[in-house]
Design a protein around this ligand. Sequence first.
Ligand SMILES: Nc1ncnc2c1ncn2[C@@H]1O[C@H](COP(=O)(O)OP(=O)(O)O)[C@@H](O)[C@H]1O
Ligand SMILES: [Mg+2]
Length: 164
Amino acid sequence: MNGSEPSEVETNSVEETRALGERLGRQLNRGDVVALMGDLGSGKTSLIQGICRGLGVKGVVNSPSYTIVNEYAGRCSVYHLDFYRLHGRDDLLSLGYEEYFYGDGICLIEWAERAADLLPAQRVEVHLIRGRGTRRTIAIRRMGENEGSGSGDGHSSGLSKPGG
Ligand SMILES: Nc1ncnc2c1ncn2[C@@H]1O[C@H](COP(=O)(O)OP(=O)(O)O)[C@@H](O)[C@H]1O
Ligand SMILES: [Mg+2]
C-alpha cells in the first residue's frame, strides 16, 4: 500500500481550520513535508497557523510574501514556504529548496502545486477547497509511505531521495 486514505474534513470558520491544523501539527515529525494546494483564500495560511500552534511555535505566523521562506522555532525548526510568486525552477534552485525538502526540520509549503514535479514522494498532501461562505473542504493524505521498500516490512528508513 502506498500512502494512506485521505481524511476529508469540512470547516466553517477560520478558527476551526486552525484547530484542524493544530491537531495535524501535533502529529508531524522531523523531516515531514506538508504540501498545501488550493486557491487564494482557501485557508492555507490559516491551516499553517494552526499547524505551527501544534508544533509549539510562539509568535506571528504569516505568509512569507517577499522572502519565499519564513523560519520559526517550534519543537524543531519549521520552514514556511510560499510558492505563489515562484517564477520557475531557477527560483527554487536559488532558494536551495532541497535543504528545506530533505532537511531536519518541518517544511510547510503554500502553493505547492507550483513545484509539483519537485515535491518529495514522501509528503503530507493537503487540498483545500473553498465552498459557500466560510465553508472549506480540507483533504489530508500522507503520500509515499513504504515506497521503494519492496519487501514490505514497513520499517524501511532508507527511503530514496532524488539526487541524494
Ligand atoms: N473555514 C475557514 N477556514 C479558513 N479561512 C476561512 C474560513 N472561513 C473564512 N475564512 C477566511 O478566508 C481567508 C483565508 O485566508 P488564508 O488562510 O490567508 O488563505 P490562503 O493562504 O489559502 O490564501 C481568511 O480571510 C479567513 O478569515
Ligand atoms: Mg496564504
